[in-house]
Design a protein around this ligand. Structure first.
Ligand SMILES: [Zn+2]
Length: 327
């Protein structure tokens, strides 16, 4: 009899424990749901505020919400010196990259421009963007005389160019026109020079005037910048060169244009957007871009449809996340 009561009591205790556990689960579940819907609401608020008038007026905007990383990639010290955003000037030399793939423009070009010879080479993204830009230029302004006269240069070839210029203009003057070997953007494979080759065989310097103004005005839409503007010589150390174009890629070319930044200023500006702080947001062509700077070597990558990591050739990396904007 006593044992029976004890058994019953045990069973009751067990039931009470189960009930307790069950109600605890219920409470936990309910509060989880409440938390979830709250953060969903917050998300809605933050995304609607990002579509505010302010954002429409200025495509460049900074947002505070840091997302969870999709992955962490590890890069090497060497990787800092590669990519379409590397800054190469008298302060930051280019690391000679013999292993990089340089493609003959002649083999990849379309019919909307000329190239001086089969050895004139660039990195692939630069050629593809060049094709798009000059095809659209031809559609807009008709036939033209653009000749790509210089692309990728080895350190040796730069030496030849410099001594030729020194003979002509003297060492002092030459140094403001032709960079010392190792310090030319042409070593990157992302820079090119235009010349004009007329039908009668004569040629002219490319000045970006007349019908060619179109190219200098529209270049940023294709990822290109006019690298050496006259009013930026104090930063670049190079005089006005309307014929020298540098590929940095969209959206960077557009953000630079909008803020009137040369590459020196832009690379500095991006340091205000570290991975663990506010990121830089920019919308263009139905896409949202999110940009931030990381010192590395561990580079966190946020959720995105695609991403690109470039060294800055100074001390770190610039991450560009790309997302389709849902209609
Ligand atoms: Zn050049």
């Amino acid at each position: 009899m006593q044992q029976k009561r004890k058994k019953r009591q045990n069973r009751r205790n067990l039931l009470r424990t189960f009930a307790g556990l069950f109600s605890m689960l219920l409470i936990l579940g309910a509060s989880y749901l409440a938390f979830r819907s709250m953060s969903e609401d917050e998300k809605a608020v933050s995304s609607s505020s990002s579509n505010s008038q302010e954002k429409e007026n200025s495509a460049v905007s900074a947002q505070g919400d840091i997302q969870k990383w999709a992955e962490i990639k590890t890069y090497t010290e060497e990787d800092i010196h590669g990519g379409a955003l590397i800054l190469v000037n008298q302060k930051f030399p280019c690391k000679e990259s013999s292993g990089l793939e340089m493609l003959s423009i002649y083999n990849y070009k379309n019919s909307s421009y000329m190239v001086s010879d089969k050895n004139t080479a660039l990195r692939k993204p630069a050629i593809l963007a060049l094709n798009d830009m000059l095809e659209d230029f031809e559609k807009a302004e008709g036939p033209n005389d653009i000749l790509v006269c210089s692309g990728y240069r080895t350190f040796d070839y730069q030496e030849t160019l410099l001594s030729r210029e020194e003979e002509e203009k003297g060492a002092q003057e030459a140094s403001t026109w032709v960079a010392t070997p190792g310090y030319s953007e042409h070593h990157t494979g992302y820079a090119l020079d235009f010349n004009l080759l007329h039908e009668d065989g004569t040629s002219d310097s490319y000045t970006g005037t007349g019908i060619y103004q179109w190219v200098n005005d529209h270049a940023p839409e294709y990822g290109y910048i006019v690298r050496y503007e006259s009013e930026k010589a104090e930063f670049t150390g190079i005089q006005y060169e309307p014929w020298h174009f540098r590929y940095v890629g969209v959206p960077h070319s557009l953000i630079m244009e909008k803020n009137n930044f040369c590459l020196e200023e832009y690379i500095q500006y991006l340091r205000d957007y570290p991975a663990d702080g506010e990121h830089l947001f920019f919308e263009y062509g139905g896409k949202e871009y999110e940009i931030y700077y990381v010192k590395g070597p561990e580079v966190p990558i946020g959720e995105a449809d695609s991403y690109l990591v470039s060294g800055d050739n100074v001390d770190g990396f610039i991450v560009t996340l790309e997302r389709e904007i849902q209609a």
